[in-house]
Design a protein around this ligand. Structure first.
Ligand SMILES: Nc1ncnc2c1ncn2[C@@H]1O[C@H](COP(=O)(O)OP(=O)(O)OP(=O)(O)O)[C@@H](O)[C@H]1O
Ligand SMILES: [Mg+2]
Length: 208
């Protein structure tokens, strides 16, 4: 029997924290490992759909499809992995999407307010009106992380990391601050931008 599709949700209470970037980095990493993957764009801004449209326009389509939710529902054959690019600033969507998730990834930027926004996301998810799927895994992806001259993460990043650990959340990967991520919008993501997510692949059980 084919294995059930794994649903990965990239979500945060706050907007602009790197959900779409993490979605496409992870989709690139999974497809590089020859597993089937699709992105479902749940955000009305349609950034993921625009990313795919622009890549096609440039003559180098993304190596995975991006669907609207209503298109995805109609699929006869589902891929092994589905990544949902969730909207920011939408607690209703967060409550509706979390119960469907096998894996919940929360991108988080460095800074005390960013840690507060992660804590708010967790508080909403732990509300009585939200039920997790059995065995669901939850983790943080650090986004726009920075290193100091010493080569260690900056003090702000270390403080944010301590807050994340106090919340009992595992950090599954770090995407360091690189302007390359911004330049890649609408284009295929290269290996050096998505390879930091390889530990997430282990968590997902994607074969190497
Ligand atoms: N590691 C990184 N280094 C530098 N820039 C980054 C990195 N990750 C994301 N960005 C940039 O940060 C901005 C916000 O990222 P993104 O669009 O992925 O966030 P989002 O959470 O999906 O936003 P929205 O809530 O608007 O959907 C984008 O310009 C993106 O290119
Ligand atoms: Mg987005």
């Amino acid at each position: 029997m084919p294995k059930a599709t794994k649903f990965i949700i990239v979500i945060q209470a706050k907007g602009g924290v790197g959900k779409t970037t993490v979605t496409h980095a992870l989709a690139s990493a999974i497809s590089d490992n020859r597993s089937t993957v699709a992105v479902v764009d749940q955000d009305t801004q349609e950034s993921s759909l625009q990313w795919a449209g622009a890549a096609e326009h440039h003559g180098r389509p993304l190596p995975y499809p991006v669907y609207r939710p209503e298109e995805f529902i109609k699929l006869k054959e589902r891929p092994a992995y589905v990544i949902i690019d969730a909207p920011g600033n939408n607690l209703g969507a967060l409550k509706a999407l979390v119960p469907q998730a096998d894996v919940i990834l929360m991108p988080t930027l460095p800074g005390p307010l960013e840690a507060d926004s992660l804590a708010r996301t967790i508080a909403v998810m732990q509300g009585d009106d939200v039920a997790f799927k059995d065995g669901a895994e939850v983790g943080v992806i650090c986004v726009k992380w920075r290193r100091a001259g010493t080569g260690n993460d900056t003090a702000v990043c270390l403080d944010t990391q301590a807050r994340i650990e106090e919340m009992g959340l595992p950090i599954l990967a770090k995407l360091y601050d690189k302007s390359d991520y911004q330049k890649r919008f609408g284009r295929v993501m290269p290996f050096h931008l998505y390879h930091p997510l390889k530990d997430v692949l282990d968590t997902l059980g994607v074969r190497a």
